[in-house]
Design a protein around this ligand. Structure first.
Ligand SMILES: CC(C)(COP(=O)(O)OP(=O)(O)OC[C@H]1O[C@@H](n2cnc3c(N)ncnc32)[C@H](O)[C@@H]1OP(=O)(O)O)[C@@H](O)C(=O)NCCC(=O)NCCS
Length: 226
């Protein structure tokens, strides 16, 4: 572990992740999420590695990292569209290996709840989520030693620029309702809470990159909770 005591606050750069970053991304992810509320961590490190391999190399996704003094201290991963099915398909062989190694996982209710859940509860939610141009944040995390210094807000802002360049017209981000530190980042950045996308445990925020997009989606101002 490098000595970070001499790194001033907010002294980080943001760049696109490459394959060479995958191990560091896996480590940061592993330290940031608990298996009981995060299925990839429940499935094990190899499965998490497979998801980052897909996110970094896949045609429909990208990962940005915050780097301080040569260390990756934050990440945000974004897919150009709904990511759960394509990512799961890409990682299916690793999923099967995880189950073969740990058959007890099949008894974990949370696994089935996550795998079988409908991603969006209302038909309006599905319409918004599936509309071409709607990107989705898949993961975000900051090293515990760098939290509260604006690293994630900077990554979230950078994702708007990157997604716009990739042709996206909006980004949605699903956050556990109980995760107030993360929710505050999106609220402060002006992302719009969108009840139509909500699930029982997850709230969704949307950032519009094209001002005409909400109208095309059939939304009006009354549906926006700012
Ligand atoms: C959510 C998370 C990404 C926020 O990253 P961050 O770079 O710390 O974001 P910020 O600097 O804006 O701080 C967010 C909040 O964290 C809290 N915070 C401040 N210092 C902190 C610290 N040392 N440790 C933990 N939280 C701290 C603050 O309450 C802050 O809210 P505020 O703006 O009202 O002060 C980070 O806490 C994290 O990685 N959590 C674990 C993974 C996770 O929950 N990911 C979210 C899924 S998208």
């Amino acid at each position: 572990m490098r000595d970070r005591s001499n790194i001033p606050d907010s002294n980080f750069i943001i760049r696109l992740a490459t394959l060479a970053d995958v191990e560091a991304l896996v480590e940061l992810h592993w330290m940031s999420f608990k298996p009981e509320d995060h299925v990839p961590v429940m499935l094990g490190r190899r499965y998490v590695r497979a998801t980052y391999h897909w996110l970094v190399t896949g045609a429909i996704s990208y990962v940005l990292v915050a780097e301080a003094n040569g260390c990756i201290v934050g990440l945000i991963a974004v897919a150009d569209r709904s990511f759960i099915s394509p990512m799961f398909r890409a990682c299916l062989s690793e999923f099967a290996l995880s189950i073969a190694r740990h058959p007890g996982l099949l008894l974990r209710g949370k696994l089935w709840q996550r795998l079988l859940r409908r991603p969006d509860v209302t038909s309006q939610g599905r319409h918004i989520a599936d509309y071409p141009g709607m990107a989705q944040m898949t993961n975000g995390a900051v090293d515990a030693g760098y939290r509260g210094q604006g690293v994630f807000p900077a990554l979230v802002e950078a994702s708007r620029t990157f997604s716009k360049e990739r042709g996206s017209r909006a980004i949605r981000a699903g956050i556990y309702k109980t995760n107030m530190p993360s929710r505050r980042v999106f609220i402060k950045a002006g992302w719009i809470e969108t009840p139509a996308l909500e699930t029982p445990d997850t709230v969704f925020y949307v950032s519009y990159l094209d001002p005409a997009f909400p109208i095309e989606l059939g939304l009006d101002g009354a549906q926006f909770h700012t």
